[in-house]
Design a protein around this ligand. Sequence first.
Ligand SMILES: [Zn+2]
Length: 412
Amino acid sequence: MNFNVAGDRLVNEIEELALMSDAEAPAVTRVVFTPTDLKAREWLIARCEKAGLAVRQDAIGNIFARWTGFQPSAPAVGTGSHIDAIPNAGKYDGVVGVLGGLEAIRSLQASGFRPKHSIELLVFTSEEPTRFGIGCLGSRLLSRTITAASARKLVDKEGVSLEEVRRDAGFKGQLEDVPLPDGYYKAFVELHIEQGPLLERQKVPLGIVTQIAAPATLRLSIEGAGGHAGGVLMPDRKDALCAAAELILAIENAARTSGAADTVATVGICEVFPGAVNSIPSRVQLSADIRDTVLGRRDAVMYAIEAACQSIAAKRQVSIRKELLNADAPAHCAPAIIEALSRACLKHQLLYVPMVSRAYHDSLFMSRVTPAAMLFIPCRNGYSHRPDEYASPEDIARGVLVLADTLATLAS
Ligand SMILES: [Zn+2]
């Protein structure tokens, strides 16, 4: 089978979609279910229909665009990603997997290929946590990682519930109907920019993802005793911020000493009360993100943090409360899809490296209900989630070529 990827058409579409933004170009802001997001969805659906795909949307707004195979009852082969973008983001995160997936389908159609299994483009709702505080909302619901009941409790920053927002956006079905039936997909492949610098540094055009790391998120509340910065002498203090400082370093140390490069831990939020220069901090709230590709190793870091909480609390006479906000399990990608991807790379004489996805993606959740894998292309300097995010047309075209070939193999 021979086919051509229409790189120009794809690049033009990426540019066109980037203009549907609530930020000034080149920045892209497209938050889920805003008028801008709805306009982009409509535009995208029109392109899918133009390609002859049968489009449906579920109750959370996941878009399914299907090229029906000659054995329509067989499980479909899925590909796709997301088009929502955090404030002040770039053009390529998610979009490469959506428009690239569409281009892969169109190039297969143009080649005369006829799939046995249907090939379906899937556009996930709210991969970014911007509006409802939880990432991968669409794929979490599809994979039953979140129940309809807990999704209904979500509210945005204005206090408007997900139920209200999605119904206003025109999605009126029941969230209970979103989960995919067993065996819906035979395989799922997501094309994505790397969002890190490794491919570019190694001068390799493609990365085949073998594992997807997953975060556990902790909220740590440290309660000490406040007081006048002049009046309370050092032996009498229960300074919550000093305790927090020790805890932050203990968290860093727990990840550093895990023995694996894949273990990472970050304290990204530190809120200090009351936050006055002449007042001893009485209360501190920290948020920590701990990631790994191996669940046992990540758990070991969590135990180390627990032990640190206990010893620091005793030593500094403060109380430390720990809340686990979320703990998604990391995933291994499906060997059969990894093999199909690597064969496609070999066939087109393209170098690739196996890699770990350190960011999480909808594929992490899809992997719970179907064999899944990801294909990475380089992005300049590893930049992502910023307006100067960039992937070259050549790199995108190579990714689409390998994706199309892989879809053809899986759908035959
Ligand atoms: Zn993404």
